[in-house]
Design a binder for this molecule. Structure first.
Ligand SMILES: Cc1cc2nc3c(=O)[nH]c(=O)nc-3n(C[C@H](O)[C@H](O)[C@H](O)COP(=O)(O)OP(=O)(O)OC[C@H]3O[C@@H](n4cnc5c(N)ncnc54)[C@H](O)[C@@H]3O)c2cc1C
Length: 372
């Protein structure tokens, strides 16, 4: 292992790995330095849900479209299984059906299809379509099991692409071109800092903006009855006032007013439903959103009940058992989905400030290197 590289990446979450991949593709010699023995951050705590439909109009949607294409190419090469494809958004109320209808007519509704409940019932018997007013199917989404996919991606980058990885070493200082841990100093012609929610560490010296905030999310794994299978990822009304691609439509205001009346608790906890499935049949279900200065370790039973209530309203479940619970956190900036800082000609700090990093990281890394 050398101590001199074209690019040194700090952090082995999806954002760091995406930058390592893009730099390698451009013929650069790359090292990734990661504090832990494997990524334990947001990239392995999420749904592994590569989402296109519903992303904010403009850069985020464009990056999601492109990144989804990259995932499609990389997954087989890196031995990553695509667990399922596509997305059902179930509109449980007339106001939700109106949002879906309006969305389908936008540019971002490309290749999405609207279904009546009876037409959807034949394609997705796992959904309680009799409770729906309309459903939207998007073909774009992919789902990977992120806690396996991220280590596999790192292994593939190391073995097949030639990226050097230094695990178990925290970067303590970046003084370009030097990147130092307690045990070594690397030299990087360019340094990309991708430390996710840990912006108060080595990234803080380079972040000129006001301090970022955090969103804490509650997640769980659940088992349904034997043989239960999702035909695609699932979302519902609450997502239509949260995901910017839908929420920015004027039709979402009427839905929000109804939800404020009928599901105030869910809105207060920032709850909306995403349900995806893994190879073992278990569902990964979430989530909630609580703003805070720090990552919270505490799970609330009330929030869990809120998420499970929405799950029961949408899926044809005969039984339901929670088998795992965890917290995740990501940085937030209300004004932008991503923060890219260039504090020095040879340094970039890249922080995804929204819940979109799994869906956008590859295209984001391409943008960073294109403009550098
Ligand atoms: C519960 C949850 C659900 C989500 N769902 C989705 C989803 O469905 N779709 C989607 O697109 N996005 C989703 N997201 C967002 C997405 O997971 C994040 O945007 C993305 O994972 C951020 O990646 P990252 O590499 O920046 O951060 P991380 O994955 O946190 O990686 C940062 C890495 O940097 C390392 N590090 C930090 N400081 C140092 C240091 N000084 N030296 C060395 N290493 C360091 C950390 O150990 C960590 O491994 C979700 C997030 C959460 C929390």
């Amino acid at each position: 292992m050398s101590d001199s590289y074209d690019v040194v990446v700090v952090g082995a979450g999806i954002v760091g790995l995406a930058h390592a991949w893009v730099a390698s593709r451009r013929g650069l010699r790359v090292a990734v330095v990661e504090r832990d023995s494997r990524c334990m951050g947001a990239s392995v705590r999420n749904f592994g849900f590569i989402t296109v439909t519903g992303q904010g109009e403009g850069n985020t949607w464009r990056r999601a479209m492109r990144s989804r294409h990259v995932w499609e190419q990389l997954a087989p090469a890196a031995g990553i299984r695509v667990e399922h494809r596509g997305l059902w958004v179930m509109g449980r109320r007339p106001e939700a059906a109106a949002v879906l209808d309006a969305f389908a007519r936008t540019e971002m509704g490309e290749r999405c299809e609207l279904y009546t409940p009876s037409a959807a019932a034949a394609l997705a018997p796992e959904l309680r379509t009799e409770q729906a007013h309309a459903l939207l199917y998007s073909p774009h989404e992919l789902r990977v099991e992120s806690r396996q996919a991220i280590p596999k991606l790192a292994r593939w980058l190391e073995r097949e692409v030639g990226v050097d990885f230094i695990w178990n070493e925290e970067v303590l200082d970046v003084s370009p071109p030097l990147v130092s841990t307690a045990r070594r100093t690397l030299q990087g012609e360019r340094v990309v800092v991708c430390t996710g929610a840990d912006w108060r560490g080595v990234a803080s010296a380079f972040l000129s903006r006001r301090p970022l905030n955090l969103t804490n999310l509650q997640m769980m794994k659940v088992r349904a009855q034997d043989g239960f299978a999702l035909s695609a990822a699932v979302m519902s009304d609450l997502s239509l006032v949260r995901y910017r691609g839908y929420a920015q439509l004027p039709e979402s205001q009427a839905l929000l007013a109804v939800l404020q009346d009928e599901q105030p608790e869910a809105l207060a906890h920032g709850v909306h439903l995403i349900a995806v499935q893994g190879a073992d049949g278990a569902l990964v279900v979430g989530d909630s959103h609580h703003a805070g200065a720090d990552a919270s370790p505490f799970l609330q039973a009330e929030v869990e009940e809120c998420i499970l209530g929405e799950l029961r309203a949408v899926l044809n479940l005969e039984s339901l058992r929670v088998t795992e619970r965890w917290m995740g956190a990501y940085p937030v900036d209300e004004h932008d989905d991503v923060c890219i800082e260039a504090p020095d000609p040879s340094v970039r700090v890249v922080v995804v400030t929204s819940g979109t990093g799994a869906s956008t990281a590859f295209a984001l890394a391409e943008d960073v290197f294109d403009r550098w």
